[in-house]
Ligand binder design. Sequence first.
Ligand SMILES: Cc1cc2nc3c(=O)[nH]c(=O)nc-3n(C[C@H](O)[C@H](O)[C@H](O)COP(=O)(O)OP(=O)(O)OC[C@H]3O[C@@H](n4cnc5c(N)ncnc54)[C@H](O)[C@@H]3O)c2cc1C
Length: 444
Amino acid sequence: MPSSADTVELPSTRSPVRGAFDVIVGGSGSAGVCAALAAARQGAKTAIVEWLPNIGGIAATGLPILGNTYWQKGKLLSRGIPYELLMDLKAEDAYEGDPATQSYFCHDVDKYRLLAVRKLEEAGVEILTFTSVTGVLQEQGRITHLLVQQKEGAGAYAATVVIDCTGDADIAAYAGESFLPNEIDGHTQPPSLLFFVGGIDDTRVPGWAVIQKLWDDLRADEKWINPRGGEAISPPFGFPGKPGVLGFNVTRSLNVDATRTTELVRMEHEQRCQADEFFYRFLKPHVAGYENAYYSHAAILSGIRESRRVRGDYVMTREPIDNSEEFADAVAWGCYPVDRHSGVGGTTQLEGAAAQKEQSYYSIPFRVMVPARTPNLLMSGRCVSADELAFSAIRVMGITMQMGQAVGIGAAIAARDGLDVKRIPVDEVRDVLRSVDAFVERSD
Ligand SMILES: Cc1cc2nc3c(=O)[nH]c(=O)nc-3n(C[C@H](O)[C@H](O)[C@H](O)COP(=O)(O)OP(=O)(O)OC[C@H]3O[C@@H](n4cnc5c(N)ncnc54)[C@H](O)[C@@H]3O)c2cc1C
């Protein structure tokens, strides 16, 4: 009989300290990679910690980078490291087309992973993949060590400043930060799993509107388990140098809290069943051009759109987005609209921000990356302090990369000068961004 106790006492152990860094970045998605590169390039001894075997996070699942997070009417918004990564991919034929005029562009994820590792190594960043952050040690609120689980067992890394880019704000949770509520319907946005199909006869495939209608018409008979319908099943996208191969972002799990393991387990299986359904029960038997197509593979894990958003002293809302606000502490820029997928079903709230309608853009302040409590913790990417609607606009890759770049510079300054994160001189961060051509001036 297994024990019926609700709690157990863990044996007290001593863990080896496996390294010490000025800046440790937790998570290697679009935000984490840019944060680590930026911190290291400012001279900070930097490490990046990732529980998966590979660098990349959602940016390496096959999703396209949205063009309008990079450019607004020919004006480059995602400057500095995000642009550098893109140009390096282009040099390797790892994406095609003209991103300045396209609404999205797909990159080769394997090339992206290799590029990211090469750049991190060149910058001197210690890469700690296969490493889960499992907790923090704190003294008077400051994080002294990140606790990790590795193949060798439990261990610790000492850090002067920590940046939480885990997407789920795991580090902020361990440090006792609080999180912003989901007030719209009580749920975060739903996750989706990308999958990839090859062998399509492009010449015979009907327009996507026809395919969407067919999917809806068949729903009553086929009883799809996938709740997405109509316009919510978005068109597939192609890849550089891979004719006849398309990526599909059409699945959706509802009512998922991505910070609970049992829900992740349910979600992952549900997503794979929906991908299987979409290809084997819908595309292949019903859609012209797919008769000889094959299911190539699915992404390594489902993409989590939203989980914990850390509460900072400042919480960004959608008004500054609609009003094309230029914050005094602006460190990132975007023109992507509110794009909130409902976590309980129903339609996606996709609303062109006023900024977009005016062919303008908005800024994102450094403050969204500063948590309320912990004096040496910053956060970026999906973890930022923004309400649900503001978050749904600034969560896209061009913007998360810019935020990562800015927070990395801020962390390096804080580590160098022994500053609490609320005292980081944001003017200096902006000057560094200017010096590497990563700053958008209104007069540009
Ligand atoms: C289905 C879907 C479709 C999207 N479509 C687009 C699109 O078309 N274009 C676009 O630009 N954006 C799109 N987005 C948004 C965008 O991709 C993400 O918001 C963005 O990439 C998030 O980046 P991030 O670095 O904050 O987080 P992530 O990419 O999630 O990275 C977090 C990293 O932290 C790691 N991690 C987590 N916990 C731990 C831990 N405890 N220890 C160690 N490591 C940990 C994870 O493994 C991961 O690598 C989409 C998102 C989803 C989910």
